[in-house]
Structure formats: C-alpha cells, structure tokens
Design a protein around this ligand. Sequence first.
Ligand SMILES: C[S@@+](CC[C@H](N)C(=O)[O-])C[C@H]1O[C@@H](n2cnc3c(N)ncnc32)[C@H](O)[C@@H]1O
Length: 618
Amino acid sequence: MKKARDCLLKTLRRSFLTLQNPTPKKMDPSERYCYNPILRWNPQVEEYFIKAYGAEHFSRISKALTRPSCYSCIRVNTLKTTGDAVIEKLLEIIQNSGSENAVNGVNFNKTDANVDSDVGHYNKVVPGRSDHVVKESLQNGTISKCQIPGLDYVVFVKGSGPHTIDYGYAPDRPPKEVIVSRKCAEAVLRGAQVYVPGVMACSSHVEKGDKVAVSVAIEQPGLDGGWGIGITRGTVIQGLQIDPYHSERSGLYIGQGTTMMSRAGIFRVSQGIAVDMNNRIFQLPSFHDVLEGEIFLQNLPSIVTAHALDPQKGERILDMCAAPGGKTTAIATLMRDEGEVVAADRSHNKVLDIQKLAAELGLKCITTYKLDALKAVCRKNESNYMPNMCSSKDNSCLTAQNSDSMKLHEEKVSSITAEQLNADTNCKASNEKGNERTYVSKADFRKNMRRLRNGPGRNQSLGGRVENSKGFSPNSFDRVLLDAPCSALGLRPRLFAGEETIESLRNHGKYQRRMFDQAVQLVRPGGIIVYSTCTINPGENEALVRYALDTYKFLSLAPQHPRIGGPGLVGRCEFPDGYVEEWLRPGEEEFVQRFDPSSPLDTIGFFIAKFIVGPKDA
Ligand SMILES: C[S@@+](CC[C@H](N)C(=O)[O-])C[C@H]1O[C@@H](n2cnc3c(N)ncnc32)[C@H](O)[C@@H]1O
C-alpha cells in the first residue's frame, strides 16, 4: 500500500515538474557537470537563522557547510611523539609515495583498507616519489605546525578544491554515471571511496574499469510537504533529460572515478568498493591506518575545547557524552595521563569505541562507563543502589550487573583501604616536594581500588566489557565537559539540512538543558564546566548559556585559552508562536567561542562556553 502510494507520489511529482518545465532547455554541460550545491533548510528554520545571522552571512554559512574544510587537522599524541617527528614521518611517507598522488591530494595510507561500509577509506601508496615533492610540501605549506600558542603539537595538512573536472561530456554522448546516496557523497567529499551500499543508480552497460561521473541524490521537496529523493536503488541512468532525477542532479557532481565492478556486480554484492574515486572535487589527504597511536585526526575546535577545560594533572574529570572519545583522549593527554578521566556515553558500542581509542593512544587514566547523562547524578533511593559501592573515593555507583565481580574483591578492598587512605592523606605533602612518583596519588588510589574490584583496566585487556553506572555523587568532579548531543548543523560537508524543524531544534535545547542540570550538580564548587556543541543553532548555544546563568546564580562565564573562535550572539529571537529565545547579554559575547564555518579559519561550526562554579550555597 505504502509502496503504491510512494510510486503514485513520485509519478505525480515528475508530471508536476514536467508541467512546470514542459520543454527542458538544453543545459550548458559546465553548469550541469559541476559542484555547486544549494543547502536546503526547513523554511521556518531558514527564517530563524536569517534573523540570527542576517541573510548574507547565513547564505555564506550555508555555502561553507556544503564543502569540507580544506585541510586536515592532526592532533599529535604528545605522550608518544612530537609534532616535528610526525611531520618528518609524514614527509617520508610522501617521499615514498607514488607520483600520481598530487601534493594537494596527499595520500598517506600505507595499505589498502577495504572497509566494509559505504563510506570507508581506501588508498594506496606507490613507491618512487621524488624529493622535490617533499620540499614543495613544506614550502607551499602543505604540512605545517599550528601557530596558535600552546597548540604547536597540532599539525595541518592542506588539501585543495573545489577542482573543475572534465567528465568527458560530448553532445549526444553523455558520460557514464553513478549516483550515490547523500551520506556516501558526504563521506566521498571527505576523502572516502564509493562503497557498494552507497550506490543508488548507475548507467546501463557499466563494466569494471569504466570511467564514471559520480553525482549525488539529495532530498527534494515532495508534494506531501515532506522530503524525498525520488529515486530507488538500482535505477538505470540513460544520460538523458528524461532520466529520473536528471534535473535535480545538476551541479551535484562530486568527482570522477573508475568502477571496480560492473553494474550487475554493484547491485548484486553487498560490500566492497564500487568506484575508485581518482579525480575528486576536493582533494584531501587521507590518514587511515597511518602513524596509528601517534596521531589522531580531530577538528581544531574539538582540540580547543579540551584546552578550554584546562584539565590539570591528578584531577578527576567527567566527560558526560564522550564517545567516540576524541575529546576524552585530548583531555587525558593534556593531563599527561595522570589523574582520572571518567568517560561516559549512553551507547554500549560507543563506549567500546572510547576504550579502543584510549588503548590505541596508550592512555591509562580513562575509565569508561555506559551511563545516561540525564541520570548522571547518583540517587540514593535507586532500587539497586549499593551504598558501599558509591564510595566517597570512587563516587561511581555501579549497577547490580557488576556486583558479582565486586563481591569477589570486596574483602581485599577493605583490607587495603586504611593503608591506601594513609597514602592518600600523605599525597599533598609529597606533592609539594614534587616527588610525584613515590606517593600514591588520589587518582592512583582510585585506580587501584577499581582494579581490585573490577579486575585489570577496562581499556586494553577486558575485550569489550562495558561497565554500567547508575551515576556519580554530587560535587565529585573537578571539571565536567558536556559535549552535548546536538543538531550537528555545523558539521561539514553537509548536503541537506531540511530534516531539522523549529520543534526538533527546541527539543535539542531541552535535552541539553536537562544534561546541563546534571553537570552542575556533579562539579564541585570552585570547579569548571565546559559546554560545547557542533551546531550553528543559537538555541543550543547562546540560549543554553542564558539558561545556565539565569538558573544557577553561582555560575559565571570564564575566559577561554586559546580563544580563536568569534564572539557569541547577543540578543533574542521572538518566534511567530510567541516563544522567546534569549541569547547572550552585552559583555558576555567575548567569553564564548563561536566557530563560524564561513570564517577564514575554515573549521566546522562549533560553540564553546566555559563556566566557573562558585559556592553552591551562596
Ligand atoms: C557530540 S557526540 C560526543 C563526541 C565526543 N565528545 C568526542 O569528542 O568524541 C555526543 C554523544 O552523546 C551521546 N549521548 C546522547 N545522548 C546521551 C545521553 N542521554 N547520555 C549519554 N550520552 C548520550 C551520543 O551517543 C554521542 O556519542
């Protein structure tokens, strides 16, 4: 029934488009076979953002969102190596790589990585690269160290684009084509290959080894007021104007590639590379499998977020929404792996990702938990609340699921507690002497306690065990990072933004405020909360700050270092339904960092606010 309805809608839509444009005009191929996407928004959301940013600025932001940043940002694992050593190794890799890889399309992969997803990476390095390439890479700034004070361990590798591609169009002989899904295209723009599940449609008679023009199917407004892509997997493309989705694809060509299998193969198998993208609109270096453990690819604003938190050695830090662990590991590295970073996420599998990343980077001070951030504060009346497990030392309330392994160790724990506590009280004095290795720090003590109760560390050796937590005691963290789940409207490249409505944006805001309420309870007086999102939506950024400052009088905005983002938005927005959203007040805007995707920094859209927690009973 639904299929028939969809089919009918599609047919109606096509007739509607044909009626609107009865004799499709011949299009200049340079207009058609190019990359010039227009980001579609929900009309009310667009109106709201235009009010916030002004029409011209919002149009620049929209444009920037459709493109990837033109460089890769590498966070060097300073516990294992240095920025200079990494640059040297990368240059060596370029030197040994094939000349077919242009400098601006630097290909750093050691091996073919046959990732079985529609967005995996695939690259190969061919030996025989000449020396001048290395010199050029340095001279033209392909590889450079970040110049921002304190961030000299961050390495940038430049990419290039958008490039104009000749798809070999000739009158009456259109190029063979492959149409991919939006998600696949977004990954391809970031440097991935086209994998089988990402292919939507393909020209007839495509054989392995054919050159194909790759375009993307993006959601279009439907007659029913929703969005649809109006094309089904397996559709045959003739290269004619009567092809389904022909006009919609104009300006949405993301590159040229060589098919790795025939059309029949693409739609028969379930995995593998369908198209090897060898001529891309954006040429960005790919680092899959490269210098594993020594480097981590991370957006610059995320690295800055860890700095804004300013974690100190020996502290206890909570990362409330931590997966996949990019910021957790940045924080642990800034702490030189001394102290405790509690990394929580509500998704079991994502917690495993944090563990994997921590192990890869060799970080030991990270403890992971599966935990709903909305219930991050330990409630004493929980049915399975076990007071002896919510010790003032550990402050983590573990669930009954772990009680067996805990009972086994309980005796041992109690026998060492007194001794350890003595060590604990000694730690301040020892610290003053700077003799960090001979005393048991608070963090080490907590780690030992956990080891005794739970066996060896969770990171490397337990092979995928994830501990559930019922939450933590109030005031039990020195600093809390809330890198909140959000509308992600700052992520790049983005080819469609119509799914978010005013209502869904407001819901994100509500969810974030509830999480923030938990963060406020968990951090001790005198501690720090950093709140961040990867969205351009002021309702999830400045409005959260307003809520925080108005609700909790003991919070105040703190300056951030480094500060490379722009100021926040001051003012308010009145919605047609009467809802009023309050943003920052004059004087507050310079305390937050707003990363504008259309600014010369060329980052994702991102927001960071830092709060100092004053005496809570004041
Ligand atoms: C923006 S991502 C975090 C990215 C991470 N901080 C990093 O830098 O790698 C948001 C995360 O919040 C998690 N999340 C969403 N709702 C949650 C909840 N109620 N409790 C805990 N985690 C949640 C998601 O699983 C997701 O991993």
